[in-house]
Design a protein. Structure first.
Length: 85
C-alpha cells in the first residue's frame, strides 16, 4: 500500500452517542506562506495534514456541549485517509 504519512489528506470522524457527528479536517495548504518564503529550500511549501514545517500548532478545540448528555457518553472515532499524491 501507499505510505503517504503527513501528505495524506485525513478526515477524522467523531460520533457522539450514535447521533451528533463532527468531521475534523486538519489539512494545511498554506505551508508555502512561511516567513522565509522563497529563501527556504526543500519540501517546505508542500501541503500537509495537520502541520507545516516551522509552524507552531496550537491543537484543536471543539465545543461538543450539544453532543453530550448528562452521565455516561459514547464517542466513536474513525479516520478516512486519502492519498492524492
Amino acid at each position: 500500500e501507499d505510505h503517504c504519512g503527513e501528505f495524506c489528506h485525513s478526515i477524522y470522524k467523531l460520533d457522539f452517542n450514535k447521533g451528533k457527528k463532527f468531521n475534523v479536517v486538519l489539512w494545511r495548504d498554506d505551508c508555502k506562506d512561511n516567513p522565509w518564503g522563497p529563501n527556504e529550500e526543500g519540501t517546505w511549501d508542500y501541503a500537509r495534514n495537520g502541520w507545516c514545517p516551522g509552524s507552531v500548532e496550537p491543537g484543536l478545540f471543539m465545543d461538543v456541549t450539544e453532543a453530550v448528555r448528562e452521565g455516561q457518553n459514547e464517542l466513536q472515532v474513525d479516520m478516512q485517509v486519502q492519498n492524492e499524491m
